[in-house]
Design a protein around this ligand. Structure first.
Ligand code: NAP
Length: 256
């Protein structure tokens, strides 16, 4: 998939993995529409990249449709990266015997799983409007960001693991559905990636160093650029489809 002269949608595009993915896609010539809740960071990056920021909740159909329409107005939509995500921890039953409030579980599922599918379906419908770009009939490629927590979820991650497992579950199915439109779907399951979710400052650096020591090799957190490199590969390699790839330095997460 050639990205020059195309548009792309990146959710969670204001920060971390989404922002690094948007930079990498823009470098290849894609005009990026960043979907995020963080207006300040989103506006700043969009103007730096010559793209557009749309403040939208990924789980809201109307708000995301606005972003898809904006992308289609700029150029044919050929790529979408679903990186927006949240992780609210909480044990299934806490130490005092209280069950996890169902609203907490529902919120994570809503943003991570329903939000991903909402953006995937609307972006795919936008891609389907374009002409095929090659003899194969290719129209676009979508990358979802799951997590290794889908496979080795830690204590307190029931909602997060379920949401990311759901994304992995729909990867092959949506790739099959969208084969009719010439749209490929892949998912990346990151390990521990150095992004703003770990905070900043001395304490955060010490925590990240401790986390990194448990990575098989190299003994450090991954960078958002290392993730973005795989995002670009999944989009530009026309034979990548229906797959989930761990990018994690070989880590297998322990229970806690
Ligand atoms: P990040 O820096 O916190 O970026 C996520 C962005 O998504 C934030 O800007 C956030 O905005 C936005 N967002 C949250 N809820 C949203 C919603 N409903 N609609 C639109 N935007 C929303 O996190 P990251 O580390 O880059 O994570 C990106 C993805 O990778 C997530 O799906 C995460 O689960 C996954 N992941 C990360 C790691 C890691 O170690 N970093 C590991 C495995 C998987 P606000 O800040 O305003 O909420």
């Amino acid at each position: 998939m050639e990205l020059a002269g195309t548009s792309a949608i990146v959710t969670g595009g204001a920060s971390g993995i989404g922002a690094a993915s948007a930079r990498a896609l823009a470098k290849r010539g894609a005009r990026c529409v960043l979907i995020d809740l963080n207006e300040e960071l989103g506006e700043a990056l969009a103007s730096e990249l010559g793209g557009l920021f749309v403040k939208a909740d990924v789980a809201d159909p109307e708000q995301v449709q606005v972003a898809v329409d904006a992308a289609l107005e700029m150029a044919p939509l050929r790529a979408a990266v679903n990186a927006a995500g949240i992780g609210t921890p909480g044990r299934t039953v806490d130490r005092d015997g209280n069950p996890l409030p169902l609203e907490k579980f529902e919120k994570v599922i809503r943003v991570n799983l329903i939000g991903t599918f909402n953006c995937l379906r609307l972006a795919a419908a936008g891609m389907a409007k374009g002409d095929p770009v090659d003899a194969d009939g290719s129209r676009g490629a979508i990358v979802n960001i799951a997590s290794v927590a889908a496979f080795d979820g830690q204590i307190g991650q029931a909602a997060y693991s379920a949401s990311k497992g759901g994304i992995i579950g729909l990867t092959l199915t949506t790739a099959r559905d969208l084969s009719a439109q010439g749209v490929r779907v892949n998912t990346i399951a990151p390990g521990l990636i150095d992004t703003p979710i770990y905070g900043t400052g001395e304490q955060a650096d010490a925590f990240k160093a401790k986390l990194g020591a448990n990575v098989l090799f190299p003994h450090r957190l991954g960078t958002a650029d290392e993730l973005a490199s795989m995002v670009v590969e999944c989009i530009t390699n026309d034979y990548m489809n229906g797959e989930t790839i761990r990018v994690d330095g070989g880590i297998r997460m322990p229970p806690r």
